[in-house]
Design a protein around this ligand. Sequence first.
Ligand code: UD1
Ligand code: CA
Length: 460
Amino acid sequence: MNLAVVVLAAGQGTRMKSQVPKVLHPVLGRPMIRYVIDTLNRLKPDRKIIVINPLHDPVCNYLSGFDCEIAVQKKLLGTADALRSAFSLLHGFEGTVLVVNGDTPLISPVTLKKFLTRHHRSGSDISVLSFNAGDPSYYGRIIRNNSGSACMIVEEKDLSAGQKAIREVNSGVYAMKHNVEGLLGKIKKNPKKKEYYLTDILALASKRGLKSDVINIGLEEEFHGVNTMADLLAAQRLIQKGLINKLMKKGVRFLNPDSVIVHPDVRIAPDSVIYPSVCLEGRTVIGRSSKIFQGVRIVDSRIGRGVSVLDNSLIEGSRVDDESSVGPFARLRPDSIIGKNVKIGNFVEIKNSRILEGTKAGHLSYIGDATIGRNVNIGAGTITCNYDGVKKHRTVIGDEVFVGSDTQLIAPVRVGKRAFIAAGSTITEDVSANALAISRAGQKEIAGWSHKKFKKDGKE
Ligand code: UD1
Ligand code: CA
């Protein structure tokens, strides 16, 4: 059976009170709609149509990266009208049309597959997926007749007092035969909201003698709809909990999982420990037995085995190899490659630099556009002066070099293997291997000077 999936995503998201189109609001770094698309892809549909708002260019741009068709709903006249826009692309299509809301990012493909199987088995013209809600007030209610079969869906605003207690609700997922399209045009405007409600299709179908069905197989959590910022947070928490449980099953230890953010593409090897308030984002990978301490944020970076990233450090687009230690309060900016057994200490900033095995930069340094060899000591306060106001220049430091504290390396500059740089030097010329470079004014001493000053100031 051919399958077309339709995602209704044109809504303004008024209740979000945000300029950002609702379906682009991120849940753990990914727009909400991406979760829906990924889930639908698991059903291997023949057609995938997303209904969008004509004013939402960012949604259109985002979707251009996906294999889907776009239907523009010219005026936002409700969910039935949105589905009609999708049907305008489906002329000649024969098969099942599965409709999903764009604002329910937690739906599982397993439930959708089950739903489709039940829909096909029953031979219904239209099926609605329902679930029992703890608090049904956010959803349309399923009204069943005396014989127990469902006959209509009523939105919260239109409920009678007696219907309010009903807990079976509409998930917003529908399966229908392609030929129910004609029914959509027959739906009347809801008198209160002046919108065409897709939910009315159920009552209309039974009136016309079509076979309809409400299939109650949903879990409340997976149909959690995002209409407000609070709903968005709740969705994020639910997704996060699932991801962290999976990681814990694989042997990752979290000290306070409720306080951390871990994006869906992050991978963490067993025996790693994640302290409170850590954010692991993008495509970050953490190797075995590493420790990520409190308040660390790591974005799109690879951390090796046995690494410690100490408190309050930020690592972006970088690599840290096995057994190294970074932080506390360190910053690795993009394209920093930190070799094995390296120590990057407090208040050290590194950018676009390569630091080889065994090197130490323990305190208060800026290392930008540099290549630093093995077992180098970078003294406290060392600065690579890489920018001349127009261009960036490189600093290259050989193996086993000793850079004394408070050294400025004016790039472009090269320091040969095993050279020593005396503390407080400003290095403007290349330094040869094995040499000592010292560039600081010689120290003078004027004997008894302060004695005279005290006298002059009348303090003696
Ligand atoms: C809708 C259902 C409700 C169901 C709930 C499940 C209707 C009338 N109500 O309510 O029964 O319990 O979903 O989450 O269908 N959209 C468009 N164009 C429009 C209007 C909406 O594309 O003109 C899209 C929205 O972007 C959204 C989806 O349709 O993704 C649902 O719209 P929304 O306004 O969120 O409906 P709910 O009030 O949540
Ligand atoms: Ca909704």
